[in-house]
Write a protein that binds this ligand. Sequence first.
Ligand SMILES: Nc1ncnc2c1ncn2[C@@H]1O[C@H](COP(=O)(O)OP(=O)(O)O)[C@@H](O)[C@H]1O
Ligand SMILES: Cc1ncc(COP(=O)(O)O)c(N)n1
Length: 265
Amino acid sequence: MSKKFPIALTVAGTDPTGGAGVLTDIKAFHSREVYGMSAVTSLTAQNTLGVQDVYNIPVDFLNAQLTSIFDDELPDAMKSGMIATADMMEVIKGFVEKYRIPYVIDPVMIATSGDNLIDDKAIDYLRDHLIQTALCITPNIIEAERLSGLSIKTEEDINRAAKIFINDLGVQSVIIKGGHLKGDAVDYLFTKEHVQRLSSERIDTNHTHGTGCTFSAVITAEIAKGKSLESAFKTGKNYITNAIKNTPGIGKGNGPVNHFSYKGE
Ligand SMILES: Nc1ncnc2c1ncn2[C@@H]1O[C@H](COP(=O)(O)OP(=O)(O)O)[C@@H](O)[C@H]1O
Ligand SMILES: Cc1ncc(COP(=O)(O)O)c(N)n1
């Protein structure tokens, strides 16, 4: 029987309050009318106030989850978020290379609350071995600084970091997200050939838990539909701006975003 929906897979950690990680990714896939699958890397005990505890799934069991998925049905695109260790990254790299699946990496390192989510060896593996396997990586400013080794304060710094990603580290394309800079919220997609700049007003809120997860999940969903990266980037930006603006107001701290309100392209 032929499948009726595109399929997107997320490989990431869980947040029991549903604001970040696997749960927000699946909500975003569903909202974009894409069938969602997941392989869990870590269980976290976290909420809108911070991360209270982390349990990393044994690497063999991550392998087992991915084997179950890929033995049965090939997703049209996949993304990853929190991958706590280099061993886990190696397993994921194996599947991406074997099945040649379009892959978006959100190089998650630190939660909005400031808690570390992955170890230093994992950051090195991400930079030296994993990001090269992706169609696109979506670092925020802090992640772009850590991976490129530059301090990023201005648009010029962003351009320099992008050159390092593409020319020195060998990534196919990079979206550097300006959510953590001042002024308008500006994101930049760099490929070897061109730059696409998308700007939105900065929304004055602390309800930005899971924004990076959601943004990369929407991009992955659009890629699963066969959309171009440029078009997926536009949808991701429109979706996240709307989702932050219409915050559902959940929790006592940095709340999650709204997956019900965006109906556009
Ligand atoms: N206060 C805000 N107002 C509008 N857009 C925002 C705001 N904060 C983040 N964004 C947007 O949300 C997306 C995620 O960005 P960012 O917060 O930088 O990533 P991360 O969640 O990985 O730290 C980007 O498209 C960014 O421009
Ligand atoms: C399991 C998990 N994955 C990712 C994030 C980062 O979230 P954000 O999108 O706010 O940077 C998180 N807090 N928890």
